[in-house]
Design a protein around this ligand. Structure first.
Ligand SMILES: [Zn+2]
Length: 345
C-alpha cells in the first residue's frame, strides 16, 4: 500500500475494501461537518454530537487492508457518515437473511417500489404517516398474505434541489416538460418538492410466477392505491430478481435521504430549512422494517437494530487472521487539512 503523507510527516488515511474499493471516510466526514453547520441553527445539541462523530477511527491491521475496530457514531438520522455505515449494515443484513432463508427452502425475490405523488415540505409528515399506515394495510390484504412469504421495507425520500431545468434533466423526460410548455433554463416545477417512496424486497414461493398467487403490476398499483386510499393510480415498479441479487439488494439498502438532497452548498437557506424539516419528519421513524420470514430470520440470526445498533461492524465479517496481538492504527480527523491523519507513528 502506498502511503501518502502531509509535509513528509503524517500519513493520510487510505482504507480499501477487499475488492479494492476506497472507503469514503473523508467524503462522509466532510458531509458530516457541513450538516453540523446546518444543525447549529436547527438543534445545537445535535450539531455537537455530529462534530464528535467519527472524529477518530481505530483500525486493526489485517494481512491485506484494515478493519475498523472503534469509532464514535452520532446516530443523527441525517448524518452522512452514519447513513453510509447504516446502508452497509442493512445490505449485509438483508443478504444474510436471504442466505439463511435459502437454507430452508428455495424462494424467488421481487423488488417492489411504491410511490405517491411528490409533495410540498409542509405535507411530508402527513404523507409519510399515510404511507406507513397504508403499508400495514397492504401486507394484511389476503392476496398479499398469500403471495408474500417475507418482506423488507425501506423508506427513501428524495428532494428536488434544482431551481432551474437543466439540459440533463430535460433529456431524461422531454415529453413531460414539453407537455407543460417548459424548456431548458425555465423554472423547475418540482423544485423543493419531496418524493417519499418505499423500496421493498419480497420473498415468494419458487412457483409463484406460475400459480394464481402471482400479482401482476396492474394489481400492485390497484392494491397500493386502495391501501393508500388515493384517488389516482400511483406509480409502482415491480421487478423480478433474476441474476445479480447482490447488486439488486444494494439498490434497496440505500440511504433514507441522500446527502446531496439536503446539503446544498449553493443555497444555505435551503439547506438549513431542509435539514429542519427532515430532522422533524425522520425523528423516531422506523426507516426500515421486516416482516414474515425476513423478520423471523432477522431474529434467528441475532441481527441487531439497524437504526440504534452498532455502526462499526457493518460489513460481512471475515475473521481469517487470528493474530495474537493485532497492530492497531489510529486516524484522527484534522479540520485544517480536511483529512484523516495517522496519530500513532
Ligand atoms: Zn454520525
Amino acid at each position: 500500500m502506498t502511503e501518502v503523507k502531509i509535509q513528509g510527516q503524517q500519513t493520510i488515511l487510505s482504507d480499501k475494501s477487499h475488492t479494492g474499493k476506497i472507503r469514503p471516510w473523508r467524503e462522509k466526514k466532510i458531509g458530516n461537518q457541513l450538516l453540523a453547520m446546518a444543525y447549529e441553527d436547527v438543534n445545537p445539541r445535535k450539531a455537537a454530537r455530529l462534530r464528535e462523530c467519527a472524529c477518530y477511527l481505530i483500525f486493526r491491521k489485517l494481512v491485506d487492508g484494515m478493519k475498523l475496530q472503534e469509532m464514535n457514531s452520532c446516530r443523527v438520522r441525517l448524518c452522512p457518515m452514519c447513513a453510509w455505515r447504516r446502508s452497509l449494515k442493512i445490505y449485509s443484513h438483508v443478504r444474510r437473511i436471504m442466505d439463511g432463508m435459502e437454507t430452508e427452502r428455495s424462494y424467488r425475490y421481487i423488488f417492489l417500489t411504491l410511490t405517491v405523488r411528490t409533495c410540498q415540505g409542509a405535507d411530508l409528515q402527513n404523507t409519510i404517516d399515510g404511507m406507513m399506515s397504508a403499508w400495514q394495510r397492504l401486507v394484511r390484504l389476503m392476496s398479499v398474505r398469500r403471495a408474500v412469504k417475507g418482506w423488507y421495507r425501506g423508506l427513501e425520500i428524495t428532494h428536488d434541489t434544482e431551481p432551474l431545468i437543466s439540459g440533463k434533466r430535460y433529456r431524461t423526460n422531454p415529453k413531460y416538460y414539453k407537455s407543460m410548455g417548459l424548456n431548458v433554463g425555465d423554472a423547475n416545477p418540482n423544485y423543493d418538492l419531496y418524493h417519499p417512496h418505499f423500496h421493498c424486497v419480497l420473498a415468494v414461493n419458487s412457483r409463484y410466477f406460475k400459480t394464481d398467487e402471482y400479482i401482476t403490476h396492474e394489481k400492485w398499483v390497484e392494491l397500493w392505491r386502495k391501501s393508500m386510499r388515493l384517488d389516482y393510480d400511483p406509480v409502482a415498479d415491480v421487478r423480478r430478481v433474476s441474476g445479480n441479487t447482490a447488486k439488486d439488494v444494494a439498490e434497496v439498502a440505500k440511504y433514507a435521504v441522500k446527502d446531496g438532497d439536503y446539503i446544498v452548498p449553493d443555497d444555505w437557506d435551503l439547506t438549513v430549512e431542509t435539514v429542519r424539516l427532515l430532522d422533524r419528519v425522520l425523528e423516531n421513524r422506523r426507516l426500515v422494517a421486516y416482516g414474515g420470514k425476513f423478520k423471523e430470520w432477522h431474529k434467528r440470526l441475532n441481527l441487531d437494530d439497524e437504526m440504534d445498533g452498532d455502526l462499526i461492524h457493518v460489513e460481512d465479517e471475515e475473521e481469517a487472521d487470528a493474530k495474537e496481538k493485532p497492530e492497531i492504527v489510529t486516524y484522527v480527523w484534522n479540520v485544517g487539512y480536511n483529512q484523516y491523519l495517522r496519530a500513532n507513528e
